[in-house]
Design a protein around this ligand. Structure first.
Ligand code: HEM
Length: 474
């Protein structure tokens, strides 16, 4: 059956009608793919071959879509019409990630119900005191850095901050990686996304037959993470045993997951571990790299820094950080700066989907099983979607200073439809806590030359290593 939606067009284009980069015999475009930079290549090819083009992978082809209206349609046609690509699911499961991000159908509904509830505003408010402890530690660390005036790796602190927040909110556990001096769980986590991304881009999954040293390191990292997750599980079980009221009324995601494992037949050990791993991974990199990109952009825009300072002074008053949860609603310019930063530097600039049935969207027909890569930034940087799209202007996200052209469909950093990111509110809360604390208390200077900082795609799009220097605001 063909589901026809949007504008009906009699001359429907299928995969074979699409233009695309010229390929070599048998291997197509594979030799030309620059994997850590593939998102940029797709953006360039979209300019050259159109906002829906064909990628030739030798024996198979995929469609790359950058047109915002089609991307939004795909988002909304889930969970039924499009799923996350089966290859990605298989790779994630081999890495022990058997959770909400890659579940489909009824399994997805069950996982979503349990996880989204634990991340909601009620739980964020309840665990805000624990998050305050984490922001205070970050403030203390940065105060010391400001005293010494030495350049330091702020990305490391941001990764530790986000893991500590996720663990306190979702698992009720104070991990305190921020104050650990040696290696921390991040050393293992750092290996997971790059390897998953590398495997997604391999035409043949060689690791299924032969393991390289990198594959073995990856397995060891996942095993270490699972050891930690087992400690979380035991602590959650102990708390429920000590307080059986938590069965009817779990206080966090971990307890909700453990209760589900007892009640729902389909929710076993794999699902418990897989979802805890999903939360750790999804909550760490995305938010930390978004903050890191904000710092990269803000250190080039002193006017935006000034706006953040003025707002932090006004809203935080005599305090050094956001002492009350509700203050976040007042940090409107900070919110706008995050939205503008994510338009320039979305940490998830692409996603891989697969059609579950024949679908017509605008003038294109996607057939059952067809793989579709969506690329969001190409549209976000076009004049047809944002006035002066190339200029960094946080105010465009404020109602009172909106620009004439402002197509929010073209910048959707958290995805869309039923599968939009359930951690969105938590991520925005963390961003506001960190950015308001930073600009309330410190001046920040980029030490690494901005032009030496590159985009590196390894599942999420992160900034290559850089150093900053802090000084205390007088
Ligand atoms: C700035 C930070 C973040 C960004 C930019 C981001 C972005 C995204 C995107 C683009 C998706 C895919 C959505 C879709 O398919 O439509 C997603 C899914 C997801 N995110 Fe986030 N995310 C962030 C933070 C978080 C946090 C803090 C958590 C939890 C602690 C989280 C948990 C998840 C989960 C579990 C999914 C899978 C949802 C599903 O498939 O139903 N994310 N995120």
């Amino acid at each position: 059956m063909v589901i026809a939606t949007g504008r009906i067009n009699l001359k429907l284009k299928t995969l074979k009608d699409l233009k695309g980069p010229k390929g070599y015999p048998f291997v197509g475009n594979i030799p030309r793919l620059d994997v850590p930079n593939i998102h940029r290549q797709f953006e360039d090819w979209s300019d050259e071959f159109g906002d829906v083009f064909r990628l030739n992978l030798g024996f198979t082809s995929q469609t790359v879509v950058t047109r915002p209206s089609i991307i939004q349609h795909i988002y909304r046609d889930r969970p039924d019409g499009f799923i996350r690509a089966k290859k990605m699911d298989s790779i994630l499961r081999d890495g022990g990630v058997h959770g909400l991000f890659n579940a489909e159908g009824e399994e997805w509904e069950l996982h979503r119900k349990i996880l989204a509830k634990g991340l909601d505003v009620k739980h964020q408010k309840q665990f805000y005191p624990a998050m305050l402890k984490v922001i205070e530690r970050l403030y203390n660390k940065w105060s010391k850095d400001a005293e010494t005036g030495e350049p330091f790796d702020i990305q490391r602190d941001l990764l530790r901050f986000t893991v500590d927040v996720t663990a306190s909110l979702a698992f009720g556990i104070d991990m305190n990686t921020l104050e650990q001096t040696g290696g921390a769980i991040q050393d293992h986590m750092d290996k997971v996304f790059p390897m998953i991304f590398k495997r997604i881009n391999q035409p043949i999954l060689l690791y299924k037959y032969f393991k390289t040293r990198d594959d073995k390191d990856f397995d060891a990292a996942v095993a270490e993470m699972n050891k930690l997750i087992d400690v979380f599980i035991q602590s959650g079980k102990d708390k429920i045993k000590a307080n059986p009221a938590l069965k009817a009324n779990p206080s966090n995601v971990l307890e909700a997951i453990l209760n589900a494992a007892e009640e729902e037949g389909d929710f076993g050990t794999k699902e418990v571990r897989g979802n805890l791993l999903t939360l750790l991974l999804a909550g760490e990199d995305t938010t930390a790299h978004t903050l890191s990109w904000m710092i990269f952009l803000l250190t080039q825009h002193s006017d935006a820094q000034e706006g953040l300072r003025t707002e932090a002074d006004e809203i935080l008053g005599a305090h050094s950080w956001m002492t009350a949860y509700d203050l976040q609603g007042k940090l409107r310019y900070t919110d706008a700066t995050a939205m503008e930063s994510m338009r320039f530097k979305p940490v998830a600039p692409g996603m891989l989907f697969q059609a579950t049935r024949d679908v017509v969207i605008e003038e294109f027909k996607f057939v059952e099983g067809q793989k579709v890569i969506i690329q969001t930034r190409a549209g976000a940087m076009k004049e047809e979607n944002f006035t002066e799209a190339e200029s960094f202007n946080p105010k465009r996200w404020l109602k009172e200073s909106r620009c004439p052209i402002h197509n929010t469909d073209a910048s959707s950093p958290f995805g869309g439809g039923a599968r939009f990111c359930p951690g969105r509110n938590l991520a925005m809360l963390e961003i506001k806590m960190v950015i308001s604390m930073l600009f309330k208390n410190f001046n920040i200077e980029m030490v690494t030359d901005h032009s030496d900082i590159r985009e590196v795609l390894a599942f999420t799009m992160m900034a290559s290593d850089y150093k900053v220097r802090l000084s205390k605001r007088t």
